[in-house]
Write a protein that binds this ligand. Structure first.
Ligand SMILES: Cc1cc2nc3c(=O)[nH]c(=O)nc-3n(C[C@H](O)[C@H](O)[C@H](O)COP(=O)(O)OP(=O)(O)OC[C@H]3O[C@@H](n4cnc5c(N)ncnc54)[C@H](O)[C@@H]3O)c2cc1C
Length: 407
């Protein structure tokens, strides 16, 4: 079968976006570096893509190079080393192209604690550190030891310790290298950061138990926040809560030509089903029926972080979470979903007045913008703009998109 190039619609979870002039899938570390450097030295637009789950590509053709790391290796670095004293730390390295949930699944099976709350987040290990993925009380940055990168400016590889990664709420030094200001792309290094991730080394704990740190998850498990549970139980609960909110990927995408083979546990599950062996996995639905609530980028807007003055003028009942600033002091995070809902955009919007709408809010989650099967990027952008303007008018707050938007 001839594989020429996919379109962005073929390789993103939103399933929109135009054709790609050149698509490269390197199978080695040096191949990754060469692919990036070839594009940069030819001054071609470059997009390093992982699972395409945080990317909204434009409908117009992309006249550049899209690089997808085909390496999917996980290595336990301390396997042979004796444990020192009571230190239960285990270092695990994963290549950038490794599917994120394959990595979580591996860690939980190995009895390693630290990432179980991040079960079911789509995408790759490489991109996980770009926006410092987080959910249910965990953030990936807290478990990262170091990130091996290719620096596109200095043209050399580097190992960035976690302290140099600038991790914050849905951000990192890598993400910041793409923007002049929140939501405003920089001239250089957009839509891919200055530092291309080659692999990530995690420092996890050897423990089959983890802490339930999030009220919604504790509720689903019937325990108090702070309770200790088996990591495998936490993982299963996270997957089921995410499934109810439409916050898992549509498994059908891994049956397609351009996504097949990029997520190992899909094949493992198919094999297990063939042998009658069941399993808890992210693939919790009938893949023959598209669930359009899953055709999204997940949360489309970041929860706004407000100064004390901005927070003071929010309605009394708006959610407020105090967050500590790295440079001292504190600010207040509110809920983008609450703002959107209370600005009049409810689940499924605008389906109640336009049943044919091609892009709508998810019917399960206000914060996800979804493609109902035939949307274009322009449809999704138009909906995002409508919501952004509506929230600004109602509350004076400017929502910032979470996905990388390729115009
Ligand atoms: C249903 C759904 C639920 C989601 N839930 C969550 C959630 O709970 N929490 C959360 O934080 N996110 C969530 N997301 C967002 C998304 O899964 C994460 O942002 C994820 O890390 C994106 O990974 P990716 O490989 O798909 O990145 P892509 O979309 O492929 O790329 C995103 C950005 O990362 C860059 N990038 C990709 N690979 C590399 C690399 N190797 N080196 C440097 N840059 C790279 C790209 O150039 C681009 O700028 C969700 C998305 C969906 C669709």
């Amino acid at each position: 079968m001839t594989r020429i190039s996919p379109s962005f619609a073929d390789i993103t979870t939103m399933r929109v976006g135009g054709s790609i002039a050149r698509f490269v899938e390197p199978r080695s570390r040096v191949g990754m570096i060469e692919a990036v450097e070839d594009a940069d030295s030819a001054h071609l637009p470059l997009c390093v893509i992982g699972g395409g789950s945080n990317l909204l590509a434009s409908d117009t053709p992309f006249e550049g190079v899209v690089v997808r790391d085909a390496r999917r290796n996980i290595d336990v670095l301390d396997q042979a080393a004796p444990r020192e004293g009571n230190d239960l730390t285990v270092h695990v390295n994963a290549t950038a192209g490794t599917n994120w949930d394959d990595f979580v699944d591996f860690c939980v099976r190995m009895g390693l604690q630290g990432v179980e709350g991040l079960s079911g987040i789509p995408g790759t290990v490489g991109a996980s550190v770009v926006q410092n993925i987080g959910a249910y009380g965990q953030e990936v940055g807290a478990e990262v030891e170091a990130v091996e990168v290719w620096d596109r400016l200095e043209k050399k590889t580097m190992t960035l310790p976690a302290a140099d990664m600038g991790f914050g709420y849905r951000t990192s030094a890598l993400k910041k290298s793409m923007y002049d200001a929140p939501g405003r792309p920089a001239e250089s290094f957009f839509p891919t950061p200055r530092f291309v991730v080659l692999s990530v080394t995690f420092a996890l704990k050897h423990s089959a138990g983890g802490r339930v740190d999030f009220a919604q998850l504790a509720g689903a498990l019937g325990v108090d926040v702070g309770a200790q549970m088996e990591t495998s139980v936490i993982r299963a609960a996270v997957l089921s809560v995410r499934a109810r909110k439409g916050m898992l990927e549509d498994p059908g995408r891994y049956d397609t030509l351009w996504m097949k083979g990029t997520k190992q546990s899909v094949e493992a599950k198919a094999d297990a089903e063939g042998s009658g062996d069941g399993d808890a996995s992210t693939m919790v639905s009938d893949s023959s029926v598209p669930d359009y609530d899953r055709w999204s980028c997940g949360s489309f807007f970041i929860n706004p972080v407000l100064s004390a003055d901005q927070a003071a003028v929010l309605p009394q009942e708006a959610p407020r979470f105090a967050i500590a600033e790295a440079q001292g002091g504190s600010s207040v995070k509110t809920s983008a979903a609450w703002l959107i809902d209370h600005a009049g955009f409810h689940k499924g919007y605008p389906r109640e007045r336009n049943a044919q709408a091609k892009a709508t809010l998810s019917t399960k989650h206000t914060l996800a913008l979804t493609n109902r099967g035939a949307a274009t990027a322009a449809d999704v952008i138009a909906l995002a703009d409508e919501v952004r303007v509506g929230v600004k008018r109602a509350f004076g707050i400017e929502l910032v998109p979470e996905p990388v938007i390729l115009h």
